[in-house]
Design a protein around this ligand. Structure first.
Ligand code: NAD
Length: 318
């Protein structure tokens, strides 16, 4: 198969590129990425066709899309706080960007499009676990833009008979996730601070919980979807219902490191939801062969990657 991965220089995208290149069913992998949050070095040593540009640039997108059989659309500005600062930029990249990718896929006769949405679309809905067919109520421009993107993906099934699959990712973590920008996710920030013997910063009291999924598991599900052309009439949660509070994650990190990790407490962040956990029945029905990597094993691999990459304390992981 010939596959295009948008946002392929980013965290999930680059892990997916590496996994796709190791998959015998996938013959060619192309990437389009404007490097706004991604890093070209994430693709070092890979044999991908790289188109440097935005999915909002129709020429660049056409060049990347030509001849592909499937698209995995991950390109986005993926941050709640960033979207609060600049809602219009988030809308352009995430909502208009998804529409542009779907349109290009339709024009080029691509047979299957997988789109990354987000658990943030549930927003104010307090139900746990989150079932896909319960109500959504975004609390941030980021969440609204992801809901718009998944809605376009689903609409293209009926409007244009384009087989699509919209995944709602929850909290994905693992190697190549950035710790070093203002909008970094919690696990890379924790791991990086802990390896430098600095206190980790908790926004709120640390009891807020998330459904953490190791990136290798996310890639395994996406590749299974691509290989079998899986499509679905509504968005599908991509997480396995293994919720943990930030304090629990810290305790696991302390076990992996074999030493305590200092904490600092700051104010809660606006737009953050208190708790999140996926109902994963649809996911398990559609992908019965994927077994998730245990969170602790994923944490250990993330620590090892960060030690190798940043030259941090090599005695830190036990
Ligand atoms: P990331 O920032 O590492 O990757 C996004 C990539 O998209 C980057 O390489 C960036 O340069 C690229 N990009 C941004 N705008 C672009 C544009 N206009 N044209 C081309 N490329 C563009 O983020 P990630 O964590 O790998 O997220 C991947 C996808 O998963 C995103 O759609 C995000 O919304 C979604 N998601 C991620 C999580 C998570 O926990 N990481 C959770 C929910 C949803």
């Amino acid at each position: 198969m010939r596959v295009l991965i948008t946002g392929g220089a980013g965290f999930i995208g680059s892990n997916l590129v590496h996994a796709a290149l190791a998959d015998p069913a996938i013959k060619e992998v192309a990437v389009i990425d404007d490097l706004s949050t991604g890093v070209r070095g994430n693709l070092d040593g890979t044999d991908v066709e790289f188109v440097g540009g935005s999915v909002l640039d129709s020429q660049a997108l056409d060049a990347a899309m030509a001849g592909r059989e499937a698209v995995v659309h991950l390109a986005a500005l993926p941050s709640v706080p960033r979207s609060l600062r600049d809602p219009v930029a988030s809308h352009h990249a995430n909502a208009s960007g998804t529409l542009a990718v779907l349109e290009a896929a339709r024009r080029h006769g691509v047979g299957h499009v997988v789109v990354a949405s987000s658990s943030s679309v549930y927003g104010m809905n307090p139900a746990l676990p989150k079932e896909e067919l319960t109500w959504t109520r975004p609390m941030s421009p980021y969440a609204a833009s992801k809901l718009a993107g998944e809605s376009y993906a689903l609409a293209y099934q009926t409007a244009f008979q384009l087989p699509t699959l919209a995944f709602r990712f929850f909290n994905v973590f693992g190697p190549r996730q950035r710790h070093d920008h203002a909008y970094a996710a919690v696990i890379p920030r924790f791991v990086h601070a802990a390896l430098r013997d600095e206190p980790v910063l908790l926004h709120g009291d640390g009891t807020q919980s998330r459904d953490f999924t190791y990136v290798e598991t996310v890639c395994a599900v996406i590749l299974d979807a691509v290989r079998r052309g899986v499509h679905h009439p509504h968005a599908v949660n991509l997480a396995f219902g293994t919720r943990a509070s930030l304090l629990e994650v810290l305790a696991e990190l302390e076990e992996v490191l074999g030493r305590p990790v200092a904490r600092e407490y700051g104010p809660p962040r606006p737009g953050d939801v208190p708790h999140s956990m996926a109902d994963n029945r649809v996911l398990r029905d559609l992908f019965p062969d994927v077994t998730p990597v245990a969170r602790r094993d994923g944490l250990r691999a993330t620590v090892e990657w960060m030690i190798g990459r940043a030259g941090l304390r090599s005695d830190a992981a036990t």
